[in-house]
Structure formats: structure tokens, C-alpha cells
Design a protein around this ligand. Structure first.
Ligand SMILES: NC(=O)c1ccc[n+]([C@@H]2O[C@H](COP(=O)([O-])OP(=O)(O)OC[C@H]3O[C@@H](n4cnc5c(N)ncnc54)[C@H](OP(=O)(O)O)[C@@H]3O)[C@@H](O)[C@H]2O)c1
Length: 317
């Protein structure tokens, strides 16, 4: 039996791909919007059974085409997000203006649900353009669509992420690892499958008008995370607390790279803990428990970064 039509923006990302797998398995028909069907089509097509997934290419946010898509769906989910700007005002365009436009159209066509992915820990980060653009996006969505659902995850990790995988690559190659703010910033990492469960529960629940912080079961400092990753790939590295002025200089240089390892904006954001704020409910308050533990999940794919690959034994330390 096929049920509601779901329209997904930002479908080819880590969360999108995992969500498509889950939604189509439980009989939702998904229309996935991507900027480049040739580059992302093979990734997306293999996530679902034929008949349950339709791919739509949208190179720019053409208002008429978005109208056509939104008027034919019952639930619209916006997963589009970026980690750094390559052009001026890109954060504002992607994190604020786009959700503004989508939620206005969701309201115009009176669809059942509009679900928007924002981020945890952005309320106090007023000096970060990423954080303020995300927060402005939330405000626009709340204003435009009265029954909006906003999910605010901490770091989302899995074999498909740009977090644990990038750090394991860096830790494999560098003789030392810089620690920003002494590695004390706290995170509550959530595994992508736990987040996708929460997303599905909010789709199926009667909740309207919800802002939910999505956190995993552990609070880990940046230094804890680096140590767990090092242990998982059987490597020892010098952890070097970096004075903030030197950190700022390295970010200035690193952000020039085509895919920056660190930007000045990310460095500013790293000052703020990424844990529940107390302002909103968390997934645990609704009984949507996230159970996956960081180390045991990372151990399942970290062998790619161990010397000896999949045949390497894991250290006990
Ligand atoms: N991953 C995390 O740790 C995390 C944590 C907190 C919040 N979030 C939020 O959750 C959402 C989904 O995260 P994710 O990790 O799945 O993101 P992701 O892997 O970076 O993918 C996001 C998608 O956004 C689209 N996109 C990227 N740049 C774009 C641009 N310039 N213009 C238009 N579309 C663009 C891409 O879709 P196409 O290439 O198919 O067009 C991409 O697949 C984002 O809003 C993110 O901010 C993620």
C-alpha cells in the first residue's frame, strides 16, 4: 500500500539518503529534489525500490517549479544546508531565504506538514554567520507555516558523514591534531539512523508546531571525540591545544581551500557547546530515544582508516 507523497529537498546528503531508504521501506512515495541528477542520480536511485522514488532536477530555486512540486505533496521536508560560504551571502540564501520561500509555498498550498532541519547550539552563537542564518531560517518557517516542525540535531555521524570520516582521514595523515578551545567544547552526537527514526516519528505523529532538539545518548567533548576516533583507528597522535590567535590564522588559510577543513566562521561556532539548550524539548522528552553509542558505531566503519584495513585487529586501549 502506498501512502502520502513526501517532497524532499537536499535529498542526496547524509540525512537525505538515509531518510529515503527508511521512508520508502515503510511505503511512502518520495520525490527527491537534487541540483544535479547526473552526479547524484546513481546514489539516490539505489536507495529505494522502483516506484517509490522519483528524482527531480532543480538547478536553481525556480519559483514556478517549486510551486508545482509543493502543490502535489502532503509533506515537505527541507534538508538543504551548507557548512561554509563560497560566495557572499550564501548562508543567508540557503539557510534563511530558501526555507522562507518553501514554507510560504507550503502554507499557500495548505500541505499537511512542513519539516525543516536546523541545528543545535546556535542560539548564543551570534558571532557566527552559519548560526544566525540558521536561526533566521527557523523564525521565517515558524512565521510562515503555523504547524511547522523544526528539528535541531547535534552533530550527525555515520559512514556517510563529513565529520568522523574527515577527522579519521586527518588523524591518519597528520602527526598531531590541533585542539581548538583546548578541546573542551561539548557535543551530543547522534547517529544518522537514530535521527531518521525521529524524523519518521514526527512524520507519523500527530505533533504539529514542534521545535525539537535531537541529541544522542552521550555528551562528549571535542577532545573525547578525537581520542575515541584515534582509538578506533589504532593510532596515537599528539593533541596540541592551539592558542586562539594561531587558530584564527590557520582558519584564514584553510578556508581558501576548495573544500575548507576549517573556516573562521566554524572556528567561532566551535566556542559554543552543542548540547541541549533547555529552551526546547529534546527527542528524549517525547520518548524518541537515540540509542546508538558513538564509539561502537564508529568501530563498524573505522577499519577503512586503520593500517591494514579490514584485516587490522583493534587495540584494546
Ligand atoms: N550533518 C550534520 O551533522 C548536521 C548537524 C546539524 C544540522 N544539520 C542540518 O541537517 C540538514 C541536512 O544535513 P546533511 O548532513 O544531510 O547535509 P549534507 O550532506 O551537507 O547535504 C545537504 C544537501 O543540501 C544540498 N545543497 C548543498 N549545497 C547546496 C547549495 N549551494 N544549493 C542548493 N542545495 C545545496 C545538496 O543537495 P543536492 O546536491 O542533491 O542538490 C546536499 O545533498 C542541513 O540543513 C544541515 O544544516 C546537519
Amino acid at each position: 500500500m502506498k501512502s502520502k507523497e513526501i517532497l524532499l529537498f537536499g535529498a542526496s546528503g547524509q540525512i537525505g539518503r538515509n531518510l529515503i531508504r527508511k521512508l520508502t521501506k515503510i511505503n511512502y512515495k518520495v520525490t527527491a529534489v537534487t541540483r544535479n541528477i547526473h552526479r547524484n542520480g546513481y546514489l539516490l536511485k539505489t536507495q529505494a525500490n522502483p516506484g517509490y522514488l522519483e528524482l527531480v532536477e532543480l538547478k536553481n530555486f525556480n519559483s514556478d517549479r517549486i510551486d508545482d512540486l509543493i502543490k502535489n505533496c502532503s509533506i515537505c521536508i527541507n534538508l538543504i544546508g551548507i557548512l561554509y560560504e563560497k560566495n557572499k551571502d550564501q548562508f543567508k540564501i540557503i539557510h534563511t531565504n530558501l526555507p522562507d520561500m518553501l514554507s510560504q509555498k507550503a502554507n499557500k498550498y495548505n500541505i499537511e506538514k512542513f519539516i525543516h532541519l536546523s541545528s543545535l547550539g546556535i542560539e548564543n552563537a551570534t558571532d557566527s554567520k552559519y548560526a544566525t542564518s540558521k536561526l533566521d531560517g527557523e523564525k521565517k518557517v515558524i512565521k510562515n507555516f503555523k504547524n511547522s516542525i523544526i528539528l535541531k540535531p547535534s552533530i550527525v555521524y555515520s559512514v556517510d558523514d563529513k565529520f568522523t570520516t574527515n577527522f579519521m582521514t586527518l588523524l591518519s595523515r597528520l602527526p598531531f591534531m590541533p585542539l581548538y578551545y583546548n578541546g573542551k567544547t561539548k557535543f551530543t552526537p547522534i547517529h544518522v539512523t537514530d535521527l531518521v527514526e525521529i524524523l519518521c516519528k514526527t512524520i507519523e505523529s500527530k505533533h504539529n508546531k514542534l521545535i525539537l532538539e535531537c541529541i544522542g545518548p552521550e555528551v562528549l567533548s571535542f577532545k573525547d571525540i578525537i581520542n575515541l576516533l584515534l582509538n578506533s583507528i589504532n593510532k596515537k597522535r599528539l593533541l596540541l591545544p592551539l592558542p586562539i590567535q594561531i587558530a584564527k590564522m590557520t582558519a584564514k588559510i584553510l578556508q581558501i581551500l576548495p573544500k575548507p577543513l576549517l573556516t573562521e566562521d566554524q572556528l567561532r561556532l566551535l566556542k559554543y557547546d552543542n548540547v541541549k539548550s533547555g529552551l526546547y524539548k529534546t527527542n528524549y522528552d517525547l520518548g524518541y530515544n537515540a540509542n546508538k553509542m558513538f564509539k561502537s558505531e564508529v568501530d563498524k566503519y573505522s577499519y577503512n582508516w586503520r593500517t591494514g584495513g579490514q584485516f587490522a585487529k583493534q587495540n584494546d586501549t
